[in-house]
Design a protein around this ligand. Structure first.
Ligand code: PMP
Length: 399
């Protein structure tokens, strides 16, 4: 009997596993709509000009690579706070926001989950049905029972808000409620500002722990507009968590740049919360990496680079919207009878297309077009060269 004789082969990660099959596919006109990555019209992961500039300046400085603080560098953390809560935020002025650089949005979620677990509240974590695949795994790994709350309505392809309200109202006190602040992954369906206000009232009344996940700020309507949920929670008086990520908005996927922010009730609470947060991080990976956070801080804090980034982000946002419109039009032109206009109302990189697992399989086999078996497609992977082929192939599998 060897040590690993009983180790079972784990299933492939649904997204990274699909990418492996895509890479192995020899067809030259293959298309990967399964990823969660923004591509340019040339089908490339962009290296933003603002990132190049910031990186050049960092390299020129030839700084030594000592350890940085456990919670990450202050210029990064304070820039994150301003981005999320606004330059005039009273919460920041009152010292009520604790921020730590984390390893991407994933790292921020995990550090936040570990922190909440240590509060010993003995309550589950509730996630949207459906949600990003990793949410459940992250909170389960941190020791939570993970339950679903109602979110998507397959008929309207929007949010079943009445169902969501009912579901949230049934949660027990101290349940961590994971909320997608904008650009819901995988459905692209978001709630409105007025609906956010209602969600906040439920969180207050039921004493839930809001945990906002914002991985796509700037991909729907703009940086400020997409932060509306965070701003409304900031005004609510509640204590809450925010995980944020620069993987998409700065196209820095591999650098693992994200942050966890915790809103407390006082400066004194913040000091105690930060001290415990540092223990969670210290015993996990000790301290975060330097490079991605240095690039991000330089861009956010240097007006010239900031302007450049905002323009590049707007370009990405506009291109996604153009692809959404293009797909709706081309599906209609290809003779599809069903109404696909919901693709124009869904926001961010993804759309729950309504394609069945069997249709997705046919697209992969016959056309080399890869999507998730749930029907999620990454609209940000469409471009002017592949959109016609994709629309025609979808029309064929729907016929
Ligand atoms: N939350 C959501 C909803 C996401 O879609 C993602 C990325 N796919 C993340 C968090 C994690 O982002 P990161 O790559 O920065 O870890």
């Amino acid at each position: 009997m060897t040590l690993f004789a009983s180790v079972q082969l784990a299933p492939k990660d649904p997204i990274f596993g699909l990418t492996e099959s895509y890479v192995a596919d020899q067809r030259p006109d293959k298309v990967n709509l399964g990823v969660g990555v923004y591509y340019t019209d040339e089908g490339k992961v962009p290296l933003l000009k603002a990132v190049i500039k910031a990186e050049e300046a960092i390299v020129a400085k030839q700084s030594p690579r000592s350890y940085i603080p456990i919670e990450g560098p202050n210029p990064f953390n304070s820039a994150v706070q301003t981005l999320l809560f606004g330059a005039q935020s009273t919460l920041i002025q009152e010292g009520r926001v604790v921020t730590a650089e984390c390893l991407g949005g994933t790292g921020a979620l995990r550090v936040g989950a570990d922190f909440i677990k240590r509060l010993n509240l003995n309550a589950p974590c509730a996630i949207t049905n459906p949600t990003w695949e990793n949410h459940r795994g992250i909170f389960e790994s941190a020791g939570f029972e993970v339950i679903d709350y109602t979110y998507f309505d397959g008929q309207t392809r929007g949010v079943d808000f009445a169902g969501m309200v009912k579901s949230l109202e049934s949660l027990k006190q101290n349940t961590t409620v994971l909320l997608h602040a904008c650009c819901h992954n995988p459905t692209g369906a978001d709630i409105t500002e007025a609906q956010w206000a209602q969600v906040i009232e439920i969180c207050k009344a039921k004493q839930l722990i809001p945990f906002l996940d914002i991985a796509y700020q700037g991909f729907a309507d703009g940086i400020e507009q997409d932060g509306i949920a965070v701003r409304l929670f900031a005004q609510s008086g509640l204590s809450f968590f925010v995980s944020s990520s620069f993987s998409k908005s700065l196209s820095l996927y591999g650098e693992r740049v994200g942050a966890l922010s915790i809103v407390t009730q006082s400066k004194d609470e913040s000091i105690r919360v930060l001290s415990q947060l540092k223990r969670v991080i210290r015993t996990n990976y000790s301290n975060p990496p330097t490079h991605g956070a240095a690039i991000t801080a330089a861009i956010l804090n240097t007006p010239e680079l900031r302007k450049m980034w905002e323009e590049e982000l707007a370009e990405m946002r506009d291109r996604i919207k153009a692809m959404r419109q293009g797909l709706v039009e081309k599906l209609a032109a290809a003779g599809v009878k069903q109404d696909f206009s919901f693709i124009n109302t869904q926001r961010g990189m993804f759309s729950y297309s309504g394609l069945t697992a069997a249709q997705v399989e046919t697209l992969q086999k016959e056309d080399g077009i890869y999507a998730l078996s749930t029907g999620r497609i990454c609209v940000a992977a469409l471009n002017t060269k592949n959109i016609d082929r994709v629309a025609k192939a979808i029309a064929r599998v729907l016929a």
